[in-house]
Ligand binder design. Structure first.
Ligand code: PGA
Ligand code: ZN
Length: 553
């Protein structure tokens, strides 16, 4: 079949197969799944429906027995060699596919999506729920692997009844909030200094696998909820949040694959427009992520004003290189911290900010939100003292003095975002900080919110921060992560999707940030494989979907 024709207001999908090749089922292309109303029979022949709401859908099948325009319930003889589906008007969202005794699961009808033009893609947004019919889990297993710090973590692999298979790898934090969901570690000093995760792997392989095998599931949310109930604790400490999040992420990925959708599109909540997030590159590390004596943990550069994802990544890498030159010329170390940023012996945050401004302009970029801006994650819980004061470069500051310090910093430097500027227990300080700086500066809660929808709701009511960090393993399931983001969206709080300091090559967060249209993502430096994997994934998404808008909301 020749390539499809794109007409205004019309979407054409096509899929071509060589005569004699196996039936269409199991094709791996991005799919519109069952939404066309077409049914693929076991022998590869096509039946198609144009019943409501598909009355304006036409299906042309080319089979080994000749051309056909199948109608509702028909069976077109012969092996399918090509298929073209044209839909005008109606939204896919109403789609319910046909089923029949010989029909394969409709989600296995895979149709190449590359022929969909941008306008039509927006109009014909797929409603993943209409496609996410019942699924079964046939295999689930976990393996102990290593993270980027050389510590054990989990890789979880799931296989669904329709054959869709996916693996997820679990991140791990160092500057963790006290209300985070709890990672399960073995505590056996004879292995990995007690950090082994064989117990968590066992929980996946036995209890969680047993639960998921036992019945069919209507949605990821339903499976996640059952796992939460199986765990039975408030913080997932029995099974381990590393176990639950690994299973949940693997399931999400398998379900996206099953629906034939890229993960970001499958994750997109209803009513939300996906977009490409501004990468926040952590180019200079301190705190518990580096052996230097810098108290602030992260100094990020954010190409907010870049015209595209490709140019943003380029700016990040060029500024990183310029910063390395700048450090070398000042005889400062270019050794790296856990997130790939440099970790020189500098103690004053303002001195680092001066260096970043220099590096941005050395690399030929403009500073500020129409060029490259700066974000900070002091991770202040880590340097808050038992008496409630904050120790910055040996100086002890009250909460109010810390806020003064941030006011001075945002006055002097192009800083648009401060995460965890104050400690996780300093609610009053947070309220004062938000009242003072929240109008112009994004104030992100990480340790204080822990991606927990209930905690975030309370914080919103009290005027704490105006944005939440979003880390899947802080809460332990994809469903709750999406709920946390929904709570923020409804309250006008931003969401800042984040990696952990211990990472793997898993790129789930790039898709999460894109699908939820949250506008920004932090994944460390534009260097080190586990960090750039996320940025590279964003480059791939941007290239595959040129109509996705780049930028902060
Ligand atoms: P963590 O640090 O992954 O070590 O918790 C990241 C952060 O504080 O944002
Ligand atoms: Zn943080």
């Amino acid at each position: 079949m020749a390539g499809p024709t794109l007409l205004p207001g019309r979407v054409t999908w096509s899929l071509s197969r060589d005569a004699g090749s196996p039936p269409l089922a199991g094709q791996h292309e991005s799919a519109i799944a069952a939404s066309t109303g077409a049914v693929l029979y076991g022998n590869g022949a096509i039946g198609a429906a144009r019943a409501r709401p598909w009355r304006r859908t036409s299906v042309q099948a080319q089979t080994s027995a000749g051309a056909a325009e199948p109608s509702l319930g028909s069976r077109t003889p012969g092996r399918v060699t090509a298929l073209q589906i044209t839909t005008v008007g109606r939204s896919w969202a109403e789609g319910r596919g046909l089923t029949g005794p010989k029909a394969l699961p409709l989600r296995r009808l895979r149709v190449r999506q590359s022929t969909l033009d941008g306008t039509a893609a927006r109009r014909l947004r797929l409603d993943r729920r209409s496609m996410m019919t019942v699924f079964d889990v046939t295999d689930l297993s976990a393996l102990e692997i290593l993270d980027s710090r050389g510590r054990p973590t989990l890789a979880v692999t799931v296989r669904l009844g329709d054959g869709s298979t996916a693996t997820a790898r679990v991140p791990s934090g160092a500057s963790t909030g006290s209300r985070e969901a709890v990672e399960r570690r073995d505590g056996d000093p004879a292995r990995y200094e007690g950090k082994g995760v064989l117990g968590a792997a066992e929980a996946v392989n036995t209890e969680i696998a047993g639960l998921l095998h036992a019945r069919s599931w209507a949605s990821l949310a339903e499976a996640d909820q059952a796992i939460i109930e199986l765990d039975g604790t408030a913080n997932k400490s029995r099974l381990g949040a590393n176990a639950t999040v690994g299973v949940s992420m693997a399931l999400a990925r398998a379900l996206a694959d099953s629906a034939g959708l890229p993960l970001w599109r499958w994750l997109a909540p209803d009513g939300v427009t996906p977009s490409l997030p501004v990468p926040h590159f952590n180019v200079l590390n301190g705190g518990v992520h580096a052996p230097n004596s810098l108290d602030f943990q992260e100094f990020m550069i954010a190409p907010v004003g870049a015209p595209s994802m490709a140019e943003a990544v380029r700016a990040g890498a060029e500024i990183y290189a310029a910063l390395r030159r700048e450090l070398t010329s000042r005889k400062l170390s270019t050794g790296l911290g856990d997130e790939g940023g440099f970790a020189p012996e500098i103690t004053q945050p303002e001195q680092v900010l001066g260096l970043l401004v220099q590096a941005i302009s050395d690399a030929g970029y403009k500073t500020g939100t129409d060029g490259v801006s700066i974000a900070l994650d002091p991770a202040a819980s880590e340097f808050r003292q038992p008496d409630g004061r904050y120790k910055v470069a040996s100086e002890l500051l009250s909460s109010a003095e810390m806020t003064d310090r941030y006011a001075a910093i945002t006055g002097q430097f192009p800083v648009h975002l401060i995460e965890d500027g104050l400690g996780e227990d300093d609610d009053d300080g947070w309220i004062a900080l938000t009242a003072r700086l929240g109008g112009a500066t994004e104030l992100v809660g990480d340790d204080i919110f822990c991606t927990n929808p209930a905690i975030i709701s309370q914080a919103i009511a009290r005027g704490i921060g105006n944005s939440s960090l979003i880390k899947l393993n802080q809460i332990g399931t994809v469903t709750e992560t999406l709920q946390a983001m929904a709570v923020c969206r409804q309250a006008g709080y931003r969401q800042f999707v984040s990696h952990r300091s211990g990472e793997t090559e898993d790129t789930f967060i790039a898709d999460l940030a894109t699908g939820t249209g949250c506008g920004h993502l932090k994944s460390g430096a534009p260097a080190r494989g586990e960090r750039v994997a996320k940025y590279n994934r964003l480059l791939e998404i941007a290239a595959a979907q040129p109509d996705l808008v780049y930028g902060m909301p």
